[in-house]
Design a binder for this molecule. Sequence first.
Ligand code: FA5
Length: 324
Amino acid sequence: YEQAALAAIAGASSTDELEAARVEFLGKKKGRLKDLQSVLGKVAPEDRPAVGKQFNEVKQRVSGQLEARKVELAKPAAEVEGLDVTLPGNRLSRGSLHPLTQTIEEFKEIMTRLGFSVVEGPELEDEQHNFVALNIPPEHPARDPLDNFYLATAEAAAGGQTLLRSQTSTVQIRTMEHTPPPVRIVSIGRVYRPDEHDDTHLSMFHQMEGLMVGESVTMAQLKTVLSKFADAYLGGDVAVRFRPSFFPFTEPSVEVDMYWDGQWIEIGGAGVVDPNVMRAVGYDPEAVTGFAFGLGVERFAMRRYNVSDIRQFVKNDLRFLGQF
Ligand code: FA5
């Protein structure tokens, strides 16, 4: 009896279970103690005092354990033996903004301070905005199906193709189409090209497009804006260099390099908006001039955070992402 009673008390993991054990082993009306008591009645009269004493001792031990267990179960869980509430808790891991999201937010903030408004454009484009209005004629190699993500749609069969935009320059066109000059905008977003992935190329990446059009906007202002931008984002010892280049939608065109922390990197293209583009959107190229630029967002972030492989940005590796 005693062994069974103590085991039941120790095994009770709630006050309800403990109460069930009490009724079973110490219950006044029925229960095992009562059975034991009736056995006591059958003991020879001369043995009764000794057996009675033993009975009371057992009853006391069982009651004592019951009380002790009751106190233990009443304690808050934190005080249960083996749990030290003064230890630091488990840290909940909180998410953070993706480094590219942080970069884009910072770009927008800097360009807003420089007086540019932020506009958006669609990622799914037509040939008019991705090529035609940008002075890229039908036979131009930039329109090669191998260099673009054309969609297989009904319109494609009819001649008007839809594609994932290959550059944010599309947004220059969309903006000028519905805004009379002067214009001062930037647009940051995804662009798509079937480029082979390597440590500086992805097939989906981001560009920041800038456009400024007004009465006498010049290449010198372009250089100033880009220098101020690079200075604000990278800070310190920054220099901007132009190398002659070619884009159908600018004339002259340049490749933009930036120097920072002992290294030159190519970060985008730029130039003076071509008169053909002005005419395509209904602007008078005799009355206004402008500059445009398109920078690689990842290339900038790589430089600033010292990331040597652009693919890190799309791997979803928490060990990488957690550092930002
Ligand atoms: C252009 O896309 C032009 N639209 C830029 C421009 C805008 C010129 C306005 C004149 C006026 P380009 O193809 O060079 O240019 O791309 C610009 C930048 O995007 C590159 O310098 C590079 O930083 C980035 N870039 C290009 N391809 C990739 C790629 N596959 N992965 C990551 N970044 C890329």
